[in-house]
Design a protein around this ligand. Structure first.
Ligand SMILES: Nc1nc2c(ncn2[C@@H]2O[C@H](COP(=O)(O)OP(=O)(O)OP(=O)(O)O)[C@@H](O)[C@H]2O)c(=O)[nH]1
Ligand SMILES: [Mg+2]
Length: 300
């Protein structure tokens, strides 16, 4: 709870906490609707999601006969809450080896999130292996290896510039041979026109399936929360390339645009499994809609 509250402080202080102030003790009038709409847009819910929330809120006011701004505040929380769902449990149990493919544009926080996730799974008793499927830069490989040492999870890597699919094949084979039960695959996120990421992801999938036929069991898309609505556009691109099963939203601690989380549900209709609330190894937390809402609205 407290990590949520401190992690979401920027979005709370800039936007949602202000709603209570704006509403004050007044009655519901036209101006209030404009104020709420402006706040939701500034918090980066996006036009569509904001409209949906406003429509839903107006419905609630009519149906329940709400008159005070305080009631409206409660109804807003309910509207926002109803947009979100608790994520299902990650589909990484019940078989000898489960494979998680992690995708997302560069800088979104893939490598860091993989390290944090590996740490979490290890603490939960899982035997994790990481594959350094982003072979483009030497620094990317080193970064993953450093994290692996820090969280005490082995990393299988190749030479810089080597074929990512070959690294993933070796890693999947090693995971099976050494009795690991979870393999997490890091990938490159370059969306340049002269570089075929779709082909690369397809190849990675194919080689891992040579060893684990139904892999990957989860494809987690990492979205940078500080990029707000842009992240959602990127998400659409990735979904055209690979069957994304869920989302990790990172860096919510360093943005006031945390409202993009609502748009992930509304626009993408994908579960959010984790959110990143800092750079430390313990700063990847389970996404819990109720706590998320509370932390956005309440100072204490
Ligand atoms: N404040 C904050 N920073 C984060 C969070 N997650 C990641 N970062 C930072 O974001 C930066 C980029 O993270 P990486 O994990 O390297 O991102 P990436 O997607 O692997 O990037 P490429 O390998 O270049 O594609 C790093 O400085 C991380 O420390 C978070 O939840 N909060
Ligand atoms: Mg990386």
């Amino acid at each position: 709870m407290s990590i949520f509250r401190s992690g979401l402080a920027k979005t709370r202080q800039s936007f949602f906490g202000r709603i209570s102030q704006i509403l004050g003790n007044t009655e519901i009038d036209d101006e209030i609707w404009d104020d709420i709409e402006a706040i939701l847009l500034q918090a980066d819910l996006g036009v569509e999601t904001t409209q949906r929330v406003i429509d839903d809120l107006k419905n609630r006011v009519r149906k329940q006969g709400l008159t005070s701004a305080e009631q409206l505040n409660t109804a807003l929380r309910e509207s926002l809450q109803d947009l979100m769902q608790r994520p299902p449990v990650l589909n990484i149990s019940g078989r000898p080896l489960s494979v998680i493919l992690v995708v997302g544009v560069n800088g979104s926080g893939k490598t860091t999130s993989i390290a944090k996730l590996a740490h979490r799974l290890k603490l939960a008793g899982r035997n994790v292996l990481i594959a350094a499927g982003d072979t483009f830069r030497a620094a990317a490989i080193e970064q993953l290896q450093t994290w692996g040492e820090r969280v005490d999870v082995p990393v299988i890597a190749g030479q810089p510039g080597s074929d990512p699919a070959a690294v993933v094949y070796d890693a999947t084979e090693a995971a099976k041979a050494r009795g690991h039960d979870v393999l997490i695959i890091d990938t490159a996120g370059r969306l340049h026109t002269n570089y075929n990421l779709m082909e690369e992801l397809a190849k990675i999938k194919k080689v891992s399936q040579k060893i684990v036929p139904d892999a990957p069991h989860e494809v987690l898309l990492v979205l940078d929360g500080t990029t707000g609505q842009n992240a959602l556009q990127q998400a659409q691109k990735f979904r055209e390339m690979v069957d994304v099963t869920g989302v990790i939203v990172t860096k919510l601690d360093s943005t006031a645009k945390g409202g993009m989380v609502f748009a992930v549900f509304n626009d993408l209709n994908l579960p959010i499994h984790y959110i990143g609330l800092g750079e430390g190894v313990n700063d990847l937390v389970d996404f819990q809609p109720e706590i998320f809402i509370k932390s956005l609205f309440e100072e204490n």
